[in-house]
Ligand binder design. Sequence first.
Ligand SMILES: [Zn+2]
Ligand SMILES: [Zn+2]
Length: 338
Amino acid sequence: MQGMIRRDPVSHRWVIFAPEKAPILTRSSSEDETLLPGAPDACPFCPGNEATTGAEILRYNHFPHLNNGWSLRVFPARNPLLRVEEDTRPQGNGIYDAMHRVGAHEVVVETARHGGAIDLISPEEFRDVFLAWRDRSADLQGDRRFKYLMIFKNRGKEAGGTVNHHYSELVAFPFLPSFVESRFRHAADYFAFRRRCVVCDIVDQELADQARLVEENEEFAAFCPYAGRFPFEVWIVPKRHLLYFSETPHEAFLALTRIYLAVLRRIRVALGAPAYNVVVYNGPSNYDDFTKNPLQFFHWHIEIIPRICGMNALPLGGGGYINPTLPEDAAAFLKEKG
Ligand SMILES: [Zn+2]
Ligand SMILES: [Zn+2]
């Protein structure tokens, strides 16, 4: 495997160099299935084409009347960002630090069905996706080499999706990526000062305010975040304090599925089926070298970013964001039109 992981000595930011990943330059922003490659017979994720993917890690067949042999599959990514078998020894060159691309990168094919709107799948069936995320992340978090487990979904070309079949990905990093490390530092500072989890406090305030709330059920709240970076960004947060996605109790997954599909339905209907990204923010794995008091300070949640805005949502000089839509207006629009 070509490439490596390097650390910038000033910002301490780790960067994965993956020369095989060509930049994706697209203009389309729709998840309309005709815009994506892969009719069912040519789709690597459709039933019948299992041999084109890597060796299966997990398979569910909980709805045998709906499919032929499986309802969900997990396998290693064909072009992984990181690989389990890479050498873990750190490397150096003068002042510079580097390491091999050790880690894990798995693909979850969320349904045997090809394409279509995700919210047309029943919550009972879709719950399997979250159970697979839980089972795979619990397994990968057990590997002491890995410091952060990211779960994400890129749906539609504009969001980086490559196949018109609902799939998500898990990546286990051997370092804390900078986009989570800064969150952990701030959340740990908040906890050290107030002795409370910042995400628990956010949920309490959003439930009290109601102004940015999009959906709520017995276990979860979904809202447009107060200082969202992107228009119509929505967070889904468990009301219980939970550090890792994998700690979510079994009885909460149906509530998670219901709110997740309800939010995606609102985004599809209100915004015209845009491409979108879903990212699960987890606590740090094997956190012993991060902070002495880590179990309480962070709280897993999902962030959903509809890709509707093009240039307006680009990072400003890499540090700030320009968002043309106030979260209160975005929440009202999703509730009214979605
Ligand atoms: Zn397919
Ligand atoms: Zn919390």
